[in-house]
Every structure is written in C-alpha cells, then in structure tokens.
Design a protein around this ligand. Sequence first.
Ligand code: ZN
Length: 366
Amino acid sequence: MKRFKKMMGLFLVLLMVVSLIPQMEAKAASKVKIVYKKKTTSYARKKTHIYLNGKKKAITKTPTFMKQGCYVGPASTIYKAAGMGVVYKDVGHKTLTLTRGNHEVVMTNGSVKAMVDGAEVIWDTAPIYAKYKSSGKKRWIVPIKDVSLALGMNYKVVKNAVQVSAGNPVIAPSSTSKVILVLDAGHGGTDSGASGNGNLEKTMTLRIVTEAKKYFDKDTRFQVYYTRTGDQTLTLENRYTLANNVNADIFISVHINSYKSTSTGTETLYSKDRNTITQKGNISSLELATAMQQGACAATGFENRGLVNRPKLYVLKYTNMPACLIEYGFISNRTECISMNANMPNYGRALYQSVVDFMKVKGRIK
Ligand SMILES: [Zn+2]
C-alpha cells in the first residue's frame, strides 16, 4: 500500500510536468515586451487580435496584453476605428483626450489618475505612451475597459480577446429640440488669414458671422455657438473641439479665398470621406455643403466654383458632424474684395436663410 502510494505520487508529479509543458510553451509565446522610459518589461496574455464593432482585427505588431490585472492595448487602433464616434486628441504624447458625445476622458502618460467627465478617477494601471519592442511601434497603451466604459461603449473579453463596440449611439437631441449649430469665423487674433487690397481675411469672416448672428439671435429654433465673436486667436483644434463638445448638428466655417488678382468665384469645401457621418438627423456633409454653396453663390453673385473635396482640412476631418467651409470670394481680386465689403449684411442673412431652408428640408424645423 505504501509502495503503491509512492508510485501514485510519482505518477501524479510526472503527469503534472507533462501537462504543464504545452502551457509553458504557450505562456512564452504569449508574452510581449514593452519599452517605457528606457525600461523593458515583459507582460503576459498577449493577444494579436481584437474585435472592434464585431469585426475581428489583427493587431500583430501592437497586441493587447495584461498589465496590472487590466487588459491594455493601442488606443489609436481601438478608438479611431470606424463607427466608434470618438474624437482622439494626443497632446505631445503627454496627455491623451478622448471625447465621445458628451463623455470625455483625459489621460496622462504614466499616471493612474485620469479625468472622466471632469471628475478625477484612479485606475488600476496607468495609460502609457510606450514602444512595442519587437515591432518598434510607439503607441498610447491604455486600460481598455476603463476607457471604453468611460466613453459609454461596450467592453467584453472572450477567450482573452478584447471586444470593444460603440454600443449606444452618442446622445443626440430629439428631433423636437433646437438645432445646434457651430458657426466659425475663420482665423482671428495673431492669425490674420489672407490679406489683399487693404483687407484682412479675419476681419471679413467675422463681419459675415456677426451679420448672421443678428438673425440667429432672434430665432429660438437654433442654439448657435460661435468659435469667436471678437478678434481672438484660435487653433483649429479649438474650433472642432467646440463643435464636438456641444454635440453640434452642423458646423459651418466662414473664409475668404486668396490666389491671383484674376481669381474669381465662390466655393464650398467639404470632406467626401466624412460624407456618411449622419449620426444626427440624417444629414451628410455633401448635402450641407451643397445648400450652403447655393446660398453663398446667390448672395455674392460671383462665379460658382462649386464644391471642393478637402478631406484633410482639420475642421472638416475632426468634426463629428456634417461640416463645410465656405470661401465667399477672393480677397486678392480687387473687384470681388470691394463687392464683398459692400455686401456683408447680405452674406450674413443668406447664410442664416440657407441654414433655415436646409433644416426645413431635412425636417429638423418647421
Ligand atoms: Zn481662410
């Protein structure tokens, strides 16, 4: 009996060792080396794919892994993915701000303290801007569950694979609520924009917006936010961030063109790429741009240069809503410059009326 027990014990030990071998192999393969502040750390539970909005995506060079009990992964890959509705703002790899609808998460490189909707929270693991050693890729590596839930998204882990989906759409006002519009007078402050024929673009754009404001001020169907109503200096980020933060229905930027003294005409820029962004009221950037171009052209009486696809313009690229940028005429053309200065009130009224007519067509107002 004693001998039997001994043999049985030996057998069990052997069995355990044999059964551990494949696990040990798997463990070695599932490690990932991360370089942060010149220090290399090895982490377990590496997973080279992720599910984003139900779609499997390979992330061989920037896998997810387990860090201090949290699954972490590349923020840009996850939150910039199509349909997530997240605005991604990296400031010098020091802070990362993600905005989605009325949710905002501000992370600091290497800190477990984060700001969620303006309140401080402490996470189990710090978001880091670090390098994947084997691929050399540098990424913001963030706790996926904390960030996703803070942004009102769905998070799940199935067989070690992280699944993130947008879930509920960002909070949008009902069709009976006011139309939220962001009106952006181009340039301002130290940035004069174009100049020509004794005029500055920043002054002309503000005049058009100021004229439009007189009408919007009296119309309770609209809630209008102005990026500036004076001569302030603003970054492009300031402009689209305002629009995203107030969850605007539409964004309209006002500019004056400049090229040759012989250049003529009115044109409206938009982004073809973002044409299908119709989270609110089923409006596309193309439709908005078309309506605004029509109104602006009628007001200026200049040549109709039509619509121009400019997907890389920040205010058209990073705005979450249909957006367009109107170039009324050429400051470099003396005739157009004089005509524009003489007709600012008309341009402002036309802008207002174009928005009203467009929103009626779209059924957003009566
Ligand atoms: Zn401009």
